[in-house]
Design a protein around this ligand. Sequence first.
Ligand code: NAD
Ligand code: UFG
Length: 336
Amino acid sequence: MNILVTGGAGYIGSHTCVELLKAGHQVVVFDNFCNSFPEATRRIGQIAGTPLTLVEGDIRDRTAIERALRENACDAVIHFAGLKAVGESVAKPLLYYDNNVIGTVRLLEAMQATGVKTIVFSSSATVYGVPQFLPYTEDHPLSSTSPYGRGKLMVEDILRDYHVAQPDSRIALLRYFNPVGAHHSGLIGEDPQGVPNNLMPFVTQVAIGKRDRLQIWGGDYDTPDGTGVRDYIHVEDLAVGHVKALEHLRQPQCFAVNLGSGRGHSVLEVVKAFEQACGKSIPYEIGPRRAGDLPAYYADVTLAKSLLGWKATRSLETMCADSWRWQVANPNGFRV
Ligand code: NAD
Ligand code: UFG
């Protein structure tokens, strides 16, 4: 297939492009590089041993997307493009709704105009809100606590409505848990700008000496060691999940599925695993809880297995080892 990958130069998109190329698909990356670098796309080609097409553009520019879809005879879209900092979304809600929600509407208009019926969307476990039970199953009630999360929920609703109006559309809503790690080659990985919001990139920066210590946000949660529990998933496993979702979209349908490992790890477990991987100690201090954080959540992964024949295979140790390899080989990320 010829696949347009919006946000394909970003963290999850770049790993997915590698898996798509390996599976024999043609890839067109459509990205405005607001949170990524063209160098990532060169490295994708290097890993896969086959080049991809790069189009610099913004998903809110319907004409540009239409042109990219037509000129490359695209059969499907994988839609990663979006802003993802939960805290920033509270400070700049209009920016988030414009980029993430209106941008998706423009993309769907361009797909409709060009007859492209297949879309895989990057949703998030954040659409489940406060857990009413765990693990989260796909039929857990949906709610959200930030403009970022509400945007994800709105786009899910828009895609469900679109499928009702266009029953021949083929739509996958992939609810990611916590993607971490990097490609085992050490060539691509997560390259956050400024101070990382997320745990794993912060820990790698402490390990390499860019930051003094990790602040653990809360040590008094009702969890086995008092620190927050999340379902971490290796980004290469997540990337394979997209290829499987695309294969499953041979028939018109609209489905939502969790992509996680199915088990939770605490912040302290992640710190210990990372210390093993890098052979250094990670200084930390336990601070107050971070506003908006949930104590614990993890995925029920039964549906992913039965529907897509997919499950995560890489351990927390591998996630840490691969994050470390990427960090050591690329202390300045893609800024070469
Ligand atoms: P990322 O920031 O590394 O990648 C997003 C890419 O989209 C970047 O390359 C950026 O330049 C591009 N982009 C943003 N707005 C654009 C626009 N208007 N037009 C064109 N390109 C644009 O983020 P990521 O971690 O790879 O996340 C990818 C998707 O997965 C996002 O939609 C995110 O919300 C979702 N997601 C991420 C996580 C996570 O923890 N990383 C968890 C759940 C869901
Ligand atoms: N944490 C720390 N110190 C840090 C960073 C994080 O202790 O410096 C803790 C958090 O409190 C939490 C855990 O590490 O307990 C994981 O935090 P992350 O920020 O890495 O991830 P979140 O679970 O908060 O959020 C992620 C994505 C969101 C997405 C959400 C649900 O960043 O975009 O998963 O999918 F909405």
